[in-house]
Design a protein around this ligand. Sequence first.
Ligand code: NAD
Length: 346
Amino acid sequence: ATPAPKTKVTALPGDGIGPEVMDATIKILAAAEAPIEWEFAEAGAKAFERGVVTGVPRETLDSIGANKLALKSPLETPIGYGGKSANVTMRKYFELYANIRPVRELPGIQTPFSGRGIDMVIVRENVEDVYAGIEHMQTTTVAQCLKLMTAPGCERIIRAAYGVALAEERQSVTVAHKANIMKLTEGMMKRMGEKVAREFPGIKAGQVIIDNCAHQLVIRPEAYDVIVTSNMNGDIISDLAAGLVGGLGIAPSSNLGDQVAMFEAVHGSAPDIAGKDMANPTALLSASIMLLRHIGAFDVAEKVEQALFVTLAEGRNLTGDLAPRGHGVGTKAFTDQVISNLGRNS
Ligand code: NAD
């Protein structure tokens, strides 16, 4: 048979443990015969050091812009090189307004919530709200930060949430908001949720005030399906939700715009363990599985996901963060274990 045509994807190996988890992910995808051709590009610490103030060189922006797809390792935000975040640069440049974070129990990962059937997606608005970073001192003792939310910004994130619900055949979309206090900004998100929901009668529309949402996420997390929310609310509850299923170290995410999709691990560059063959590549590997599904390579995505699940469930050759004390292996040994499990089902 003729091999499937390959999709070009920009790979950003990034900083700290970034190159190690990227290497592991690319090896596993190659062994699974993923139809991807990688184009490597630089961003983060090295770019800052050589004076690229945004942390993202022009060639990298051009590569992502041309391929429209990127797999990104964590990038450091070095202090003292201008202070801009390379992540924020890319998020803004490509208008990646939707941050999608699946939250699901993984086999073999024990948490206080294991066995509850947690399986939800948090859809966080990624470019508006107080994160526009418009702050100033009104007087020497009064600081002000503008919370900017627009109707088109609310509409596209709500639509992104319904897009996820449709694609994954999910039952409900809940808008989490603080409209009881901020009637115009947060209220706009709530009202947009009600308006857009009318177009999707097959999906149950819900709404919840964000503080109650945090409470419900701990009391009965299995009740949630898709949650959509503004930038800061989403920042907080998506980390909370990641904690329910085993923490940030294993959580993947995607950043979607109308043109470009960028997939990444939620964790940072872990400078404390960088270069020591200790990093767990599960988060970036899970992000690559999201990427495979995004490009329609469903069979390969399933194969890689099953190999990961078998590896985690059997608990042999896990990295130190997941293994019982003193029984952890290196990134490379874990990678080989996943590769040897390709073709098995959990
Ligand atoms: P971190 O996520 O890098 O590390 C927190 C702790 O988790 C550390 O003890 C680390 O060893 C551990 N850890 C993280 N990922 C792991 C993995 N894959 N396997 C095993 N252990 C892992 O958070 P931090 O220390 O706050 O941030 C370090 C740097 O990363 C900072 O410069 C920060 O700006 C950057 N950062 C980048 C991103 C991103 O690029 N998306 C996200 C968060 C932080």
